[in-house]
Write a protein that binds this ligand. Structure first.
Ligand code: 1PR
Length: 560
């Protein structure tokens, strides 16, 4: 008897498990159809894709038992896909049949006026003025959403409207953020990743479900037309580059243009010690408390061996995930690998290991460059190339949803004479002379690199980002080798160039030196998120100061 969690086998459910542990609630996993009879309340933390969720339920013999459970009147809390499966169908997987409890269908966001997925923090609008019906939600708080498909708010259809509990606006679209009727409550956002505000929603539901929910189902209400408002926020991300120091301890380090060793006083050629800026788990916890909207951990030497063999790094991810209740991205070494004993592992397996350890997204750098080089060899009408379904991006996006796949880009400027007539002519930037003195008066293009900038590749940044978008990446994390660790500000030319050329969200990275740089990058490029490392690690600027500077000029950010 008690609380059960439903895992259909393809999503990342560790985050929710960590959250329940933190809130002090015991739970068990649904292992067989018989467990539905034992459950007195059920949470379905659907992460991934509609089709794989339905297929997973069917193949485990859980589809009908889940419908019966909901029909029995016992409490059900659906999260993201766990909300969408309540509908009849989804455009994401038209051949998959939803549970059909809500008589409507899931559509897709238009991306003409905004980036898709809708990835980030947004507010909710209540349809019922009665505070008791708020389910722990707060109209002043924001919640973390990550989805490309949504239930449009169809207020003219009462059979759908009676399910509507709160709505959210993204661009010009108003969609259902939460639904509620009788024993069913479900949200499109991820409460387990929505910081203290999200934890409050889960806790309120769990306490209610134990005490009163089973005996007194809530009554349906008639929904009204919402007042549309767009509460979408810019994200501030703290990033930690993690590697072993010379004593074998995993530390957060920080490169200066990707060189993470101290420069020695006597000779520029003798490598000093790996810079040590702290421990990854305690720094993650600090950034969560200080209001980071997202946290990244980059395993920066993972290209040397398989991350599957890197148990200390996986232990770091597990421990960080237990203290961080905002999205956690893990990068480094996501590619097909072969163990020293000859055992092969696919990139999907490596990513799966990170997800099971508690990552919400994985970030792919080197392998993404090689995948685009391969796709460009296959002819296509758009000139971008064609995937063959085998790349890390394609396989991971298929299993976990594109929102779980970030591509981290490590471009470097290549300066050329302004009359350059080579293959990257169409991408030349004639920007403000903000590079080295020796390159004044020149134009430049951005070249892709692999293995943390150690090797240049014959691929431009635009070829890369358009390629990975087509392969199914959900977000671009855009570094700049020229700006990394310099504190000179983001490379606005680079960020604006990429932002203009893809429709998925873009995170600006490298070069932040003060709060004003964040204001500048959001104002001048329209990018969705900005990341920094050095200034946060060295306590030169706090996340609070960055957010205060953004709020002061009217840029919407989450406050904790
Ligand atoms: O190639 O898929 O194994 O992924 C490796 C990942 O590790 C890539 O995302 C790559 O960017 C990163 N990486 C590899 N080597 C280094 C290094 O520092 N030697 N980190 C490295 C460099 C830059 C950012 C940094 C920003 C902001 N990445 O991580 O956080 O530049 O810094 P700032 O605010 O201090 O300027 P794969």
């Amino acid at each position: 008897m008690g609380l059960y969690l439903l895992d259909y086998g393809a999503g990342n459910v560790q985050s929710l498990a960590n959250t329940l542990k933190k809130l002090g609630h015991d739970f068990q996993w649904i292992a067989s159809p018989a467990d539905f009879d034992k459950a007195t309340s059920l949470i379905f933390p659907g992460v991934g894709a509609f089709g794989s969720a339905i297929d997973g339920l069917v193949s485990r013999g859980l589809y009908e038992p889940l419908r019966d459970y909901i029909a029995s009147g016992k409490p059900y809390f659906g999260i993201c896909i766990g909300m969408q499966v309540l509908f009849r169908s989804s455009l994401e997987s038209p051949s998959s049949k939803g549970l059909g409890i809500i008589p409507s269908d899931i559509g897709v966001f238009a991306n003409a006026d905004k980036s898709v997925p809708h990835m980030g923090w947004n507010s909710v609008e209540f349809l019922d003025p009665d505070e008791k019906a708020h389910e722990g939600l707060d109209p002043r708080a924001s919640y973390y959403f990550v989805h490309s498909f949504r239930a449009a708010y169809d207020w003219e259809r009462p059979e759908v409207g009676q399910w509507a509990h709160t709505t959210t606006q993204y661009g010009q679209e108003v969609f259902l953020a939460t639904v509620r009727k009788g024993n069913v409550f479900a949200c499109q956002f991820h409460p387990e990743k929505s910081g203290p505000a999200g934890l409050k929603v889960l806790d309120a539901w769990l306490k209610q479900s134990e005490a009163e929910r089973a005996t007194s189902p809530l009554t349906p209400r008639v929904a009204r037309h919402p007042k549309p408002k767009d509460g979408f926020m810019k994200r501030i991300i703290a990033c930690m580059d993690v590697r072993s120091n010379d004593d074998g301890d995993l530390v957060v380090t920080k490169g200066d243009q990707y060189d993470v060793r101290e420069r020695t006083a006597n000779s520029a050629n003798v490598a000093g010690a790996v810079r040590n800026l702290g421990k990854p788990v305690s720094l993650s916890a600090r950034y969560y408390t200080e209001g980071a909207d997202e946290i990244c951990l980059m395993n920066i030497t993972s290209f040397r061996h398989s991350p599957l063999l890197d148990q200390p790094m996986l232990a770091v991810v597990r421990a960080a995930a237990e203290t961080v209740f905002v999205p956690l991205t893990i990068g480094g070494g996501i590619k097909d690998t072969v163990d020293p004993d000859g055992t092969p592992h696919s990139a999907l397996e490596v990513a799966g290991e990170y997800f099971r350890a508690g990552a919400d997204k994985v970030s792919i750098a080197t392998e993404a460059v090689f995948a685009v080089e391969r796709m460009r060899e296959r002819p296509s009408t758009d000139g971008i190339g064609e995937g063959d379904g085998t790349s890390a991006i394609e396989t991971i996006a298929h299993a976990y949803g594109r929102q779980a796949v970030v591509v981290s880009v490590d471009p470097r400027r290549v300066y050329v004479e302004p009359d350059y007539d080579g293959p990257y002519k169409g991408e030349l930037v004639f920007g403000k002379p903000d590079g080295p003195e020796t390159e004044r008066g020149k134009a430049w293009w951005y070249q892709c690199t692999v293995r943390g900038g150690r090797e240049n590749r014959p691929l431009s940044v635009l070829q890369l980002v358009k390629g990975v978008e087509k392969l199914g990446a959900g977000e671009i994390l855009l570094n700049s080798i020229d700006r990394d660790g310099t504190g000179a500000g983001y490379d606005l030319n680079l960020v604006a160039l990429v932002r203009r050329n893809v429709r998925i969200p873009v995170v600006a990275s490298s070069g932040a030196g003060n709060a004003e740089h964040f204001v500048e990058v959001f104002r001048k490029t329209g990018v969705e998120a900005a990341l920094a490392a050095g200034i946060f690690h060295r306590n030169e600027v706090t996340i609070d100061e960055v957010k205060a500077a953004l709020t002061a000029v009217g840029i919407n950010v989450r406050t904790v």
